[in-house]
Ligand binder design. Structure first.
Ligand code: ADP
Ligand code: ZN
Length: 217
C-alpha cells in the first residue's frame, strides 16, 4: 500500500503520517527529513539541498526525485510506504507514477489535509522538533512534558532554521503555486481523500484512519 500525504507546510502531514504509518505498519518517508539528515551527516546531497531549504524554495527535481525513489525502492518499503512531502510538483508526481508502474505498483490513496492559512502560520511559528527522532511539538498546542526534551526519545528539541516568518511565507507561496495543482491531479484519478486538518492531533488522526478504512484498503 502506497499513500501520499498532501498539504501545506504546517498542515500536520509529518505528525499524522508518522502516526498512521505506525498504525498501518508502513514505512514513513519524509523528504524534508531525508534532506535534514543528509545535511546533518554533511553529505554532498545535504550540502546541495541546504541553500534551497534555507530560502524556502523547492530543492531541484534532479536531486529530490532520485533521493526519494531510491528510498522507496529499499527492501523495507516492499510492503508499502507513506510519502510525506513528496511529490511536491507535477514533475515529481509523474516520476513517482512511472517508477512505481515499472515495479507493477501504484499509489493507492492521497490523504489531503486541509488547514486555513491563519492556522498554518500559527502552527509553524510555534514549532519545535526533536533533533533525534523528528517528532514535532508546538509551544501551546502540543508542548513536550519536559521543556526542551522529546517525550518519545529524550532528544533535544530545536526550531528549524527555515521556520522564520519570512521563510514560512515563501514556503506557503511555493506550496500554492507548485504543490496545490497536485490536488487536482489526484482528484482526477479518484485517489484524493479530503481531510479537515483543524482540531486536535488525535481528532484529525481519527478522521484519516476512518477515511482510509472507508476505502477498505
Ligand atoms: P514543510 O512541509 O514544513 O515545508 P519539509 O520538511 O517537508 O517542511 O520541507 C522542508 C524543505 O525541504 C522545503 O522547503 C524544501 O526546500 C525541501 N523539500 C522537501 N521536500 C521536497 C520535495 N519533494 N521537493 C523539493 N524540495 C523539497
Ligand atoms: Zn525524539
Amino acid at each position: 500500500m502506497y499513500i501520499i500525504f498532501l498539504g501545506a507546510p504546517g498542515a500536520g502531514k509529518g505528525t499524522q503520517a508518522s502516526d498512521v504509518a505506525q498504525e498501518l505498519n508502513l514505512i514513513h518517508i519524509a523528504s524534508g527529513d531525508l534532506f535534514r539528515q543528509a545535511l546533518e551527516q554533511g553529505t554532498e546531497l545535504g550540502i546541495k539541498a541546504e541553500s534551497y531549504m534555507e530560502r524556502g524554495v523547492l530543492v531541484p527535481d534532479q536531486i529530490t526525485i532520485g533521493m526519494v525513489l531510491e528510498r522507496i525502492s529499499a527492501p523495507d518499503c516492499e510492503g508499502g510506504a507513506i510519502l510525506d512531502g513528496f511529490p511536491r510538483n507535477l514533475e515529481q508526481a509523474e516520476a513517482l507514477d512511472k517508477a512505481l508502474a515499472q515495479q507493477s505498483k501504484a499509489i493507492d490513496k492521497v490523504v489531503y489535509i486541509e488547514v486555513s492559512e491563519e492556522e498554518l502560520l500559527k502552527r509553524l511559528s510555534g514549532r519545535w522538533i526533536c533533533r533525534q527522532c523528528q517528532t514535532p511539538y508546538h509551544i501551546t498546542n502540543s508542548p513536550p512534558k519536559v521543556w526542551g526534551k522529546c517525550d518519545k526519545c529524550g532528544g533535544e528539541l530545536y526550531q528549524r532554521p527555515d521556520d522564520t516568518v519570512e521563510n514560512i511565507r515563501k514556503r506557503l507561496e511555493v506550496y500554492s503555486v507548485e504543490t496545490a495543482p497536485l490536488i487536482d491531479y489526484y482528484a482526477r484519478v479518484d485517489k484524493l481523500l479530503e481531510i479537515d486538518g483543524e482540531g486536535g492531533v488525535d481528532e484529525v488522526g481519527g478522521r484519516i484512519i476512518a477515511a482510509l478504512h472507508g476505502e477498505r484498503l
